[in-house]
Design a protein around this ligand. Structure first.
Ligand SMILES: Cc1cc2nc3c(=O)[nH]c(=O)nc-3n(C[C@H](O)[C@H](O)[C@H](O)COP(=O)(O)O)c2cc1C
Length: 174
């Protein structure tokens, strides 16, 4: 069983999540490749995990394009989607909602439906203001920006590995 983990990243946090998903799936005995969506070619794979960083409430364009462009290939195989987004240590937002659920990018529902994805998970992300380019860097250094987008690495490796292990189990031959 060959699995492709394809991801879209801007500053590397999502690449790290994709790599960890790939390593975890590999430990369950699956043959796994981890690739940025721009270099990913679905032909020859039996299952897919596709993920993107969230920016302004959306998946990155190249990830959306990947799913749309390869719709037929994805729709006829098991697919899971993931998002890398919320930063900070709060697990509930002001309305009492799970921060990961509340941060799920707007595109996910439509993409899930389009390829009949078996699941989607939003993971906490990482933000390093010194690595950000242009206005993004400036915004995250201002007090309001710092509050909205706290800096740090909030990726929850246990959460990521548990999710990938469950996928690995589902893909084991009967
Ligand atoms: C300008 C900017 C906008 C962001 N917008 C969102 C957002 O709408 N929702 C969210 O959950 N995270 C948002 N984030 C946080 C990123 O999604 C998070 O840092 C992610 O892990 C970055 O992944 P990457 O390094 O792979 O690009 C934003 C970060 C920046 C710098």
């Amino acid at each position: 069983m060959r699995v492709l983990v394809a991801y879209a990243t801007k500053y590397g946090a999502t690449a790290g999540i994709a790599e960890r998903i790939g390593e975890t799936l590999g430990r369950t005995g699956l043959e796994v490749d981890v690739r940025p969506v721009a270099e990913a070619e679905p032909a020859g794979y039996d299952a897919f995990v596709v993920g993107s960083a969230a920016y302004a409430g959306h998946w990155r364009k190249e990830a959306r394009k990947f799913v749309k462009h390869h719709h037929d290939e994805l729709d006829t195989h098991p697919v899971w989607l993931f998002s890398s987004g919320p930063v900070g240590t709060e697990t509930e937002d002001a309305k009492g909602r799970d921060v990961r659920e509340a941060s799920t990018p707007k595109d996910v529902a439509g993409l899930t439906e389009a390829v009949h994805a078996r699941g989607h998970r939003t993971f906490f992300g990482k933000l390093d203001p010194d690595a950000l380019k242009g206005p993004e860097g400036l915004v995250t250094k201002l007090p309001a920006g710092k509050k909205m987008l706290p800096s740090g690495d909030f990726r929850d490796w246990d959460d990521i590995e548990h999710w990938a292990e469950a996928i690995g189990k589902e893909l084991q031959p009967a």
